[in-house]
Write a protein that binds this ligand. Structure first.
Ligand SMILES: Nc1ncnc2c1ncn2[C@@H]1O[C@H](COP(=O)(O)OP(=O)(O)O)[C@@H](O)[C@H]1O
Ligand SMILES: [Mg+2]
Length: 301
């Protein structure tokens, strides 16, 4: 089932086209990484899908329901964690969660509060004031709040911004687990290593338009015109001399050489190594990171 179907969605702020005919489908259980440079339209898109902003044009179906006529139903099944949204500093953690549980009209309120505190590992902070918590704990309180209504659809707008690595890891593990449990997640982050690790699909948005959608592997593959080969052989110095003319760059590190080349020269390089008479041990393509693939796509513009 598609959890989200957008077709031709546009949003203007005066002369600024924040979204320009965006069409997008997101399947159930997917963790979609929404990528794009600052000002690309990510937050605007999330705000529209959350019903926080109206759109100027286009159709929107969420959780199988028409967003114009069934908003009340849809809203019950979604939630958001934003790296920038504040908690109420003078409230205690349990008071903060109770406040939202009341707002959402959660059945078996105290029980569900316990569950979400356990899920996010904040049970021991229950009676502390939010203002006394570290950034990492504050963010987990926001996750706990977002899980209160057992959302089928969860938006995460830079949820790990400003967090240290260790807390970022815990949040990543939580997001992964929610995904495995069938929650559909839409995730934005400037940390592409994080996106690469968590997301099952990626959509790249630039200047309010969808530039590319696909799996992480597909994103990386498309940037494979240029590749780096990792070659180990008995005499790398000798082999390096022979492959030079097919390569953009050759770097030697111990018994290994890294050869930057065009995809079409891959076979010629392999042949050259073999012909050099230097016994070949291994020959592999080094996968670009998502970050490299992303930068290549963004710089093309
Ligand atoms: N409330 C607003 N009023 C005017 N312009 C806005 C508003 N919100 C966003 N924009 C503009 O819309 C574009 C997309 O912004 P945004 O969705 O916040 O991008 P992102 O989240 O990808 O950084 C930007 O040019 C931004 O300046
Ligand atoms: Mg944003």
């Amino acid at each position: 089932m598609n959890v989200i179907e957008l077709s031709g969605v546009s949003k203007h702020f005066g002369k600024i086209k924040a979204l320009d005919k965006v069409s997008l489908t997101i399947k159930e259980g997917e963790i979609l990484g929404l990528l794009g440079p600052n000002g690309a339209g990510k937050t605007t898109l999330i705000s529209i899908m959350m019903g926080l902003l109206s759109r100027n044009d286009g159709k929107m179906t969420i959780l199988g329901k028409n967003a114009d006529t069934s908003w009340k139903d849809i809203k019950k099944n979604m939630n958001i964690v934003s790296g920038f949204s504040g908690v109420h500093p003078s409230m205690r953690v349990d008071e903060f969660l109770r406040y939202y549980a009341l707002l959402y009209d959660i059945p078996k309120r105290e029980q569900r509060m316990k569950e979400v505190m356990a899920l996010t590992n904040i049970s021991d902070k229950k009676t502390q004031q939010v203002r006394d918590l570290s950034a990492g704990y504050t963010q987990r309180v926001l996750f706990a709040k977002a899980l209160l209504n057992k959302p089928k659809l969860l938006f995460l707008d830079e949820p790990t911004v400003g967090l240290d690595v260790e807390i970022g890891l815990k949040i990543k593990a939580l997001v992964k687990r929610l995904g495995q449990e069938g929650t559909t997640i839409i995730f934005t982050s400037h940390n592409l290593h994080e996106v690469e690790e968590i997301c099952t699909a990626i959509t790249l948005i630039m200047n309010g338009r969808i530039k590319k959608s696909g799996t992480v592997a597909e994103f990386k593959k498309r940037s494979h015109k240029f590749m780096t080969l990792e070659i180990t052989c008995l005499d790398v110095q000798k082999a390096a001399q022979k492959v030079k003319k097919y390569a953009k760059d050759v770097r030697i590190d111990g018994g290994t050489m890294y050869v930057d080349t065009d995809e079409k020269n891959q076979q010629a390089i392999l042949d050259a190594v073999i012909k050099s008479g230097s016994k070949l041990h291994s020959f592999a393509i080094v996968e670009p990171t998502l970050e490299e693939a992303f930068l290549e796509l963004v710089r093309k513009r």
